[in-house]
Design a protein around this ligand. Structure first.
Ligand SMILES: Cc1cc2nc3c(=O)[nH]c(=O)nc-3n(C[C@H](O)[C@H](O)[C@H](O)COP(=O)(O)OP(=O)(O)OC[C@H]3O[C@@H](n4cnc5c(N)ncnc54)[C@H](O)[C@@H]3O)c2cc1C
Length: 474
């Protein structure tokens, strides 16, 4: 249903005609993100400043129209899709790096800045921005903040929340909140931490202060090859047990590494059951010492081969395989569903077995590529949208996998968020009292349930029920 003409005209008057999309053919691109859910917004608007965002929020509020923030739309849980015919605020034109302050190791950016661009901008000073989602070439810092994004190097550096020092955010009533500063340890509640990971349901982030990290003196990347996936899983726990802390431990199982190798020619073995891609960083001597010890642990746990990248080119090639894996999956299936459960490291091997059993029972060839160091599993579940029931079968397989993750002490999401994809599963993870507290915190920020409604909390336990219907076309 279209929005009232007045609202569109008001948006166009403030932002310019080219900054408001409302014709159905222009909205198609904004119906989906990287996940499997789909819904069309009523309009998409492109602010350039915080004042623009405040204007949009106030006008949408008057018209009782829900609003949803959007970065690059690479999210995998339907977070940036309006459930209820809302206005999408795309931050793609708020994409400036406002300040680089090397002396204080900080950068101030607008939310639409692409993740990798931060590292590119500070590289020549010997610095980098640590959170490195595999989607880093496309996803935005605003989206990363909303999802508390992680990546291969999360293992050593932590997730987005560990690298956000300040936020400017617009609340659903149009007020602008400034949280945190360049220096750490401000008094009071950690609202910056609360908003990071709030999935765009409490406030719209319009400016972000980031922590920059100094590039390490030395880096080594290794590939351990296994004849059994369980042995690769066991290696991860063993590395920690021996106090070794690589900065990244990524795992690809046999089917996945064959797909990746065919697509990227990264040099992965075609006949292995699994590989671990391991990276260490630090002082030169420390890195040499750790590499030798990791070699021993991998062989002890059953690795059949242990390779060390000798040059920067070899290192880049090994990572090329990992970073381009999602594209490589397109070689065997046009559509897939990627899951995001977390388990304790010691449960990786049993979880891989459980995933294989679920796949076998449901007749799905599930492959795995994941942040093994964090126990953050990403089973890839192919489906054919043209076959009736195929997507549902894939989703049920995903649910069974996540229930298994919960049963071994894990969680339903590591980094992709709950969004609309996993909101019902929140009731598997949390009891009613905990869900109610989450709802009350959301409503302290958004009492009228106008910001990204119908996400995160299960049906009947969120705030959707109190929403007043929007004033639509007369
Ligand atoms: C191939 C691939 C690989 C991926 N690998 C990883 C990975 O390694 N680690 C990881 O964590 N994720 C990964 N993801 C998921 C995704 O890239 C991240 O969740 C990312 O943070 C989303 O950023 P985005 O800019 O695309 O946000 P979007 O998808 O546009 O939005 C995500 C959420 O953020 C909210 N939002 C966006 N901007 C704002 C804002 N300014 N203020 C308030 N809310 C806002 C939206 O409302 C939505 O709820 C991957 C996705 C793909 C497709």
């Amino acid at each position: 249903m279209p929005l009232t003409k007045t609202l569109i005209e008001q948006f166009e008057a403030q932002l310019g005609k080219g900054a408001v999309l409302w014709r159905p053919e222009d909205l198609t691109l904004y119906e989906y993100d990287g996940g499997v859910d789909k819904a069309r917004p009523a309009a998409v608007v492109f602010p350039r400043t915080t004042e623009d965002v405040v204007f949009i929020v106030l006008k949408a509020r008057e018209a009782r129209v829900p609003i949803v923030g959007r970065g690059a739309g690479t999210g995998l849980s339907g977070g940036s899709i309006p459930r209820d015919n809302g206005v999408v605020i795309s931050f793609s034109r708020m994409n400036r790096i406002l300040e680089i302050d090397i002396e204080n190791e900080r950068a101030i950016v607008q939310p639409g800045v692409v993740n990798l661009d931060v590292t590119q901008a500070v590289k020549s000073y010997g610095y980098f921005y640590a959170p490195d989602p595999s989607s880093a070439r496309a996803c935005t810092i605003g989206g990363n903040v909303a999802e508390n994004a992680g990546g291969p190097h999360t293992l050593a550096y932590g997730v987005t929340t560990n690298h956000v020092v300040s936020l400017e955010a617009v609340l659903p009533d149009g007020s602008v909140m400034r949280l945190g500063r360049k220096e750490l340890d401000l008094p009071g509640y950690d609202l910056t931490g609360l908003l990071t990971g709030s999935e765009g349901t409490m406030a719209l982030v319009t400016e972000i202060g980031l922590r920059l990290m100094r590039q390490p003196e030395a880096v080594k990347t290794m590939l351990a090859v296994y004849g059994a996936a369980e042995c690769a899983g066991d290696t991860v726990g063993e590395l920690t047990a021996r106090s070794l802390l690589p900065v990244a431990v990524e795992m690809l199982d046999g089917p996945m590494l064959r797909m990746v190798e065919e697509a990227t020619h990264a040099g992965y073995p075609m006949d292995a059951a699994a590989v671990l891609l391991i990276e260490v960083e630090g002082l030169k001597e420390e890195v040499e010492e750790q590499t030798a010890q990791i070699d021993k642990v991998c062989l002890h746990c059953g690795a059949t081969e242990f390779r060390i990248a000798k040059t920067e080119e070899e290192r880049a090639l090994l990572w090329k395989g990992r970073k381009n894996a999602f594209g490589a999956i397109g070689r065997i299936t046009p559509t897939y569903y990627v899951q995001d459960g977390v388990v304790p490291r010691t449960q990786i091997a049993p979880t891989l077995k459980a995933i294989a059993a679920i796949g076998e029972r449901r007749g799905i060839a599930i492959s795995n590529i994941f942040h093994a160091g964090d126990g953050n599993m990403h089973p890839i579940i192919p489906f054919d949208p043209r076959k009736e029931g195929d997507l549902r079968n894939a989703q049920l397989a995903g649910e069974e996998i996540l229930d298994f993750c919960i049963s071994v002490g894990g969680s339903i999401t590591g980094e992709h968020g709950v969004g609309m994809e996993k909101m019902e599963l929140m009731a598997h993870q949390f009891d009613d009292d905990s869900l109610d507290m989450i709802r009350r915190i959301k409503m302290a920020f958004d009492p009228h349930c106008s910001l990204n409604p119908g996400k995160v909390l299960p049906t009947g336990k969120g705030c959707l029920e109190i929403r007043q219907p929007a004033k639509m076309e007369l």
